[in-house]
Design a protein around this ligand. Structure first.
Ligand SMILES: Nc1ncnc2c1ncn2[C@@H]1O[C@H](COP(=O)(O)OP(=O)(O)OP(=O)(O)O)[C@@H](O)[C@H]1O
Ligand SMILES: [Mg+2]
Length: 252
């Protein structure tokens, strides 16, 4: 069976893409699914969040530049969970201005090999350049984390426009879900934004909301997922619920 390739995407910065990539993928791995997470952000935060700190190690950068194969860059970091780090040359790919359409297909070609995975997640950078184009070429599935503020809502309209253009150009239709991330239960604006997106995308907003929590902000600095750090916390439970929602939504 081919893995589901999921781009975790939002051009807006700091909305919870990496936090979702880390904790959703680990929750799924703990449920028994085989998962690979790829860091497509030159910032390299995904590796740091999993406690893999060497920024000089090559990763998906050299695969996309044709220097090596994906299998050589894939490391098991937890049971059922593998990581491909960004690598120091990923920034070069963002700046490639030769290669025409082919520049957008580097990741897709790398992922075309056989895989035992159920899911491959791509943690995207906060931009809309070549790297994100590569994620959209490779994926058939998109998960959009967003936050409960007005500009996030504006950004979502822009992002949906970008996705539509890709659908038209590539002649495909993505499975798209939204997850409300960094949700503040006490802020009226957060609740309003959640209600607005539920109204506009009634079937696409996942039921589980990831609440703002100090524990989640502590995790990257410790190199631990929330499931490593505090498996009994409500934040870990949020991500277990999200994993369940995500799996069910992909069965439809
Ligand atoms: N639910 C949450 N509660 C508290 N802090 C959070 C939560 N989600 C994310 N954070 C923190 O907010 C910051 C931004 O989150 P994260 O790095 O996941 O966003 P991102 O969308 O990947 O950012 P970038 O666009 O820079 O890649 C991080 O410091 C993270 O620890
Ligand atoms: Mg990130």
């Amino acid at each position: 069976m081919r893995p589901k390739i999921v781009a975790i995407l939002n051009q807006k910065g700091g909305v919870g893409k990496t936090t979702t990539s880390v904790n959703l993928s680990h929750a799924l791995a703990k449920m028994g699914y085989k998962v690979t997470v790829i860091d497509l952000d030159p910032q390299g935060h995904l590796a740091v969040s999993f406690g893999q700190v060497s920024s000089r190690v090559s990763g998906i950068d050299d695969v996309m530049l044709g220097q090596t194969r994906l299998q050589n860059q894939t490391f098991e970091i937890r049971e059922n969970l593998k990581l491909v780090v960004a690598g120091p040359r990923l920034q070069e790919i963002e700046q490639l201005n030769e290669g025409g359409v082919h520049r957008g297909q580097l990741l897709k070609e790398a992922l075309d090999a056989d895989s035992e995975d159920d899911y491959i997640f791509i943690d995207c950078p906060p931009s809309s350049g070549i790297l994100v184009a590569n994620a959209l070429f490779a994926a058939e599935d998109i998960l959009i984390p967003m936050t409960g503020d007005y500009l996030s809502l504006q950004g979502l309209a822009f992002l949906m426009g970008t996705i539509k253009r890709f659908e038209k150009t590539l002649g495909k239709k993505y499975k798209i879900s939204l997850v409300m991330s960094r949700f503040s239960t006490t802020r009226r604006m957060s609740r309003e934004v959640l209600n607005t997106i539920r109204k506009h995308f009634p079937t696409q907003v996942l039921a589980t909301v990831i609440r703002e929590a100090a524990l989640l902000a502590e995790c990257p600095g410790l190199g631990k997922t929330i499931h490593d750090y505090r498996a009994s916390s409500r934040s870990a439970q949020d991500f277990r619920n999200l994993a369940q929602d995500f799996v069910e939504s992909r069965m439809m």
